[in-house]
Design a binder for this molecule. Structure first.
Ligand code: SF4
Length: 196
């Protein structure tokens, strides 16, 4: 087909106008979908727990149900992106009932569970109670096993009875603070799944 310069300009102009209109329509539809999806929802920032990368997520919560999850654009690890697992993060907290409506997952653990030595059953505890129990046991173990000097008489001020594991669920800064606290207690056995 022979195309004059004039016909070519008319054709490309029409195509560009059609594309612009289509794009505007799509953006409008998309914007209204986005607005509905997170309407009246509270934004709660969190960290994805699926792997050691520790991407930041923003959970949109309505009536105690996460209705949407998106990557946190301000988080230094992922800068707003999420992989397919992180994008499905909301599935941790709710299930769908027989009518297809999301409901909080009844199997989600929301309180500390404790199983005493020699016992077979787990018992629900309050956070304050379990935190006191953990703090007392750490202190007792540390005090009973603290070494001021090694076998050569060198000052070491350490305990080998406790090991400390950092968490990918925490930020670098939080893990830095854990590290400082462990060092202050004389703990020398420390690690982290991402070797931070
Ligand atoms: S979003 Fe993906 S890469 Fe990021 S922490 Fe979750 S599972 Fe890992």
């Amino acid at each position: 087909m022979k195309l004059s310069r004039r016909s070519f300009l008319k054709l490309t102009g029409t195509t560009a106008a059609a594309a612009t209109l289509a794009g505007t329509g799509f953006r409008k539809a998309h914007a209204s979908y986005e607005a509905t999806r997170v309407d009246y929802a509270k934004e709660i920032p969190s960290v994805c727990t699926f792997c050691g990368v520790g991407c930041g997520v923003i959970c949109h919560v309505r009536d105690e149900v996460i209705v949407s999850v998106e990557g946190d654009p301000d988080h230094p690890v992922n800068e707003g992106t999420l992989c397919s697992k992180g994008s499905a993060y909301s599935n941790l907290s709710y299930i769908f009932d027989e009518k297809g409506k999301p409901r909080p997952n009844p199997q989600r653990v929301t309180k500390p569970l404790y199983r005493g030595p020699g016992e077979s059953d787990w018992e629900e505890k309050e956070w304050d109670e379990i935190m006191d129990m953990v703090a007392e046991r750490i202190k007792k173990t540390r005090d009973e096993n603290f070494e001021h000097r090694n076998e050569n008489g060198d000052i070491v001020n350490r305990t080998n009875a406790i090991s400390w594991l950092g968490s990918a669920f925490c930020t670098d800064e939080e893990n830095y603070l854990f590290h400082k606290m462990a060092r202050a207690m004389g703990v020398i056995n420390m690690d982290h799944c991402a070797r931070l």
